[in-house]
Design a protein around this ligand. Sequence first.
Ligand code: NAD
Length: 260
Amino acid sequence: MLKGKVAVVTGSTSGIGLGVARALAAQGAAVMLNGFGAEREIEEIRAGLERVSGAKAAHHPADMSKPSEIERLIEAAESKLGAVDVLVNNAGIQHVAPIESFPPEKWDAVLAINLSSSFHTIRAALPGMKKRGWGRIVNIASSHGLVASVQKAAYVAAKHGLVGLTKVVALETAGTGITCNAICPGWVLTPLVQKQIDALAARERLSGEAARRKLLAEKQPSGEFATPEQIGGLAVFLCSPAAEQIRGASLAIDGGWTAQ
Ligand code: NAD
C-alpha cells in the first residue's frame, strides 16, 4: 500500500516508534529512522527495514529537542529517500515528580521533545505534502493527551498540547489530500514504561511481575499492555484510503483506560 512513499518516524530506534517504522516498511515505505542508540543496533534495524520493505531505509540522529537538527532530519529524508509523504511524530520522554519539585529543565525537555518537535517537523514537511496533494501526519500522543495523572505535569501538558496541534493541522489541511490525526496509546511495555514499573517495584517492594500487574490494574481495564505492533497497525490504517476522512481525531488504543 505504501510502495513509493517515504516515511519519517521520529524516535524510532526503540518501542512504539520502532513498531510503527516496521509496520510502514511492511507496506513498502522507505523509512527514515531517528533516535538514539548503539550504532550497530541501529544499523541492524535499518537493514531489517530494507529487507522487509524492498525500499531504502536510513537513520538520522537529530536531537528532537533542537529545532535546527529537526530541520536537518527532514532535509536528510528528502535528499536520501525522497519527498516526505508520511510523518509520524513519536519521539518522547517522561519525567515523574510532584509539581513543586518538578525540575524546570525537565519541564523544558519534555515540552521540547514531546510537543514542540512536532511543530517543527510539521512546519518542515507540510509544504512538500501540499505541493504533491497527499500526506499523512500521525502524532503519537497518549491517554495523557485526553486525561491526566498525578506527577506528570509536563507530560500531560505536552500530550494535551499535541492533541490540540493535531486538530489545528487537520483543519488547516482539511481541503487537501493531507490528514493529521493523533494516536493515544495507554500502557505499552517499552523502556519508557519499564522505568516506571521498576520505580513502582522499588517503592512498594514488589516483584517485577507484581509491579507490572499493579501498574495495569490502576489504569487499563483490559489488564493487558497495548503493543508497538498494534500501534503500527493503526498508523498503517491511518495511511490507507479508508482513513481519508478521519481528520483531527484522537484515537485511543488503551485497553479501556479513557472509557472510564
Ligand atoms: P521509548 O523510550 O521506547 O522510545 C523513545 C524513542 O525516542 C527512542 O527511539 C529514543 O531514542 C527516542 N528519543 C528520546 N529522546 C529523543 C530526542 N531528544 N531526540 C530524538 N529521539 C529521541 O518510548 P516509547 O514508550 O516507545 O514512547 C514513544 C512515544 O509513545 C512517546 O511519545 C511516548 O510519550 C508515547 N507513548 C508511550 C506509551 C507507553 O506506554 N509506552 C503510552 C502512550 C504514549
